[in-house]
Write a protein that binds this ligand. Structure first.
Ligand code: FE2
Length: 374
C-alpha cells in the first residue's frame, strides 16, 4: 500500500474552501545560504527568484520546490525592514503559512468578518504569465496566513519572480506534500487559537492531547489539532504545561520570543529511503535509544517494513484504528532551538503518533539538557 493523502471527503464546515498549502515562507538571515541547504540537504529544486536582478530593491526571495511542497526563503537587503526586524527578534522562522484558495477576496472578507485581524487587504499582481490575487490574515505570534488564488497564473511562482533552476544536480529525497504545520503558543492561549480556527475558518477540532498524554518524568505539554473539511490543512497547536522542568514549548517560546511555527511535517511514501538520503546529505535527526524498539512488535503489530531497517534509521512507528505511521523529527534547522521538520509516512493512520510522544519528548529533553535549557 502506498501512503495516501488525508481524506478528501468535502464537508460543509469550512467557511471558505481551502485546496491545500500553497507555500511556506521563512524569513531568514541569509537566504542565499539557506537555499543551498534546502537544495543540497533537503532535496528541493530551485524554481524561482526575486531580488535586485528582477527589480526588487529591499529583499531577496528564493523559491524551492519538491513535489507539492513549496518553500520561500526571504532575506532583507536593508537593516530597517519588517523582514530584518522579524529575523532580529525571532531568528530564522516561518512568517507565512500560505493557503491555496479559489477566491482570495472572498476568503479574506469572510475571515475578517468572522473576527480575523487583517495582515494585508486583497490585491492583484500581474505579469506576462497571468494574474494572482493575494490577501492575508494574522494568526499566532507574528505569523500570517496568506490566501493565494493562482487559478489565472502560469508563471514559476508569483508575478515579480523569475524562473530559476538549481545550478548543480539536486536529488529529490522523496518529500511529497505538507502533512501538518504545528504552532507553539503561550501558556493559556491554546484554546483561544483553536477557537480562532473554528470561528474564522470553520475548522473542526480533530484531537485533544492533555498533559497526561504528553508528559515525561520532567516536562509536559498540551496540544489540540484543528483541520479543515477535506483534511488537507491540519494545524496542531501546542501550549506548555506544568512539569518538574522546563517544557520544550517554553524553550521554544524563550528562543523564538513568542508564539510561532514549531514544526512542519512533510510526507514521503518511502521514509527509509528519504531518511537515509537526508542523513547522507548531512541532516541530523533526534536520537531515540534502542530500547524504544523492544515493545514495537507488540504495540504496533505487523508492518511492511523490516524493523531492523527502521531501527537502523531510528524511525518511530505508531498505530491507530486506521493503520500505522512512521515518523522522525530533525533537530532544529537553524541555530536557535526553534523550527524543525518532521518526516512522516502514513500507511493508513490519520493520527499524529501519540504512542511516540514520550520517546520523542525524552529525546528533546536530552537535547535541552545539552543546551542547558531543561
Ligand atoms: Fe507533527
Amino acid at each position: 500500500m502506498i501512503a495516501t493523502a488525508p481524506s478528501t471527503t468535502p464537508t460543509s464546515t469550512d467557511t471558505f474552501p481551502l485546496k491545500g498549502t500553497d507555500h511556506l515562507e521563512f524569513y531568514v538571515g541569509n537566504a542565499k545560504q539557506s537555499a543551498l541547504y534546502y537544495q543540497a540537504a533537503l532535496g528541493f529544486e530551485w524554481v524561482a527568484y526575486a531580488g535586485p536582478e528582477t527589480g526588487v530593491r529591499d529583499r531577496v526571495s528564493y523559491v524551492l520546490q519538491q513535489d507539492k511542497i513549496r518553500i520561500v526563503l526571504t532575506s532583507s537587503l536593508l537593516p530597517d525592514t519588517d523582514i530584518a526586524r522579524h529575523v532580529a527578534l525571532h531568528g530564522d522562522g516561518v512568517k507565512v503559512l500560505a493557503l491555496w484558495v479559489d477566491d482570495a477576496e472572498y476568503s479574506y472578507y469572510t475571515a475578517v468578518e468572522r473576527g480575523a485581524e487583517s495582515a494585508f487587504a486583497p490585491f492583484k499582481m500581474n505579469d506576462e504569465h497571468g494574474e494572482v490575487t493575494l490577501s492575508a490574515i494574522k494568526t499566532y505570534g507574528d505569523t500570517i496566513h496568506t490566501f493565494v488564488d493562482r487559478s489565472q497564473y502560469k508563471g514559476a511562482f508569483l508575478p515579480g519572480y523569475e524562473a530559476r533552476k538549481s545550478v548543480f544536480p539536486v536529488k529529490s529525497v522523496g518529500l511529497k506534500y505538507v502533512d501538518h504545520c504545528v504552532g507553539n503558543v503561550e501558556l493559556g492561549t491554546m484554546n483561544q487559537w483553536v477557537k480562532f480556527y473554528q470561528d474564522v475558518m470553520g475548522f473542526k477540532l480533530l484531537i485533544t492531547f492533555d498533559d497526561n498524554d504528553i508528559s515525561t518524568e520532567y516536562t509536559a505539554l498540551m496540544s489540540k489539532v484543528v483541520s479543515n473539511g477535506n483534511g488537507y490543512v491540519k494545524f496542531p497547536i501546542n501550549e506548555p504545561a506544568k512539569g518538574l522542568k522546563k517544557s520544550q514549548i517554553e524553550e521554544y517560546l524563550d528562543f523564538y520570543k513568542g508564539a510561532g511555527v514549531q514544526h512542519i511535517a512533510v510526507a514521503t511514501d518511502n521514509i527509509l529511503e528519504t531518511v537515509s538520503q537526508m542523513r547522507a546529505n548531512g541532516v541530523d535527526f533526534l536520537y531515540v535509544p534502542e530500547n524504544y524498539y523492544e515493545d514495537v512488535p507488540e504495540r504496533v503489530g505487523a508492518i511492511e517494513e523490516n524493523l531492523e531497517d527502521l531501527k537502523k534509521q531510528n524511525i518511530l512507528i505508531d498505530r491507530d484504528e486506521d493503520g500505522y505511521l512512521l515518523q522522525i523529527f530533525t533537530k532544529p534547522i537553524q541555530d536557535r532551538p526553534t523550527v524543525f521538520f518532521e518526516i512522516i509516512q502514513r500507511r493508513g493512520a490519520r493520527s499524529f503518533g501519540k504512542g511516540n510522544f514520550k520517546a520523542l519528548f525524552e529525546a528533546i529533553e536530552r537535547e535541552q539538557a545539552l543546551r542547558g535549557t531543561l
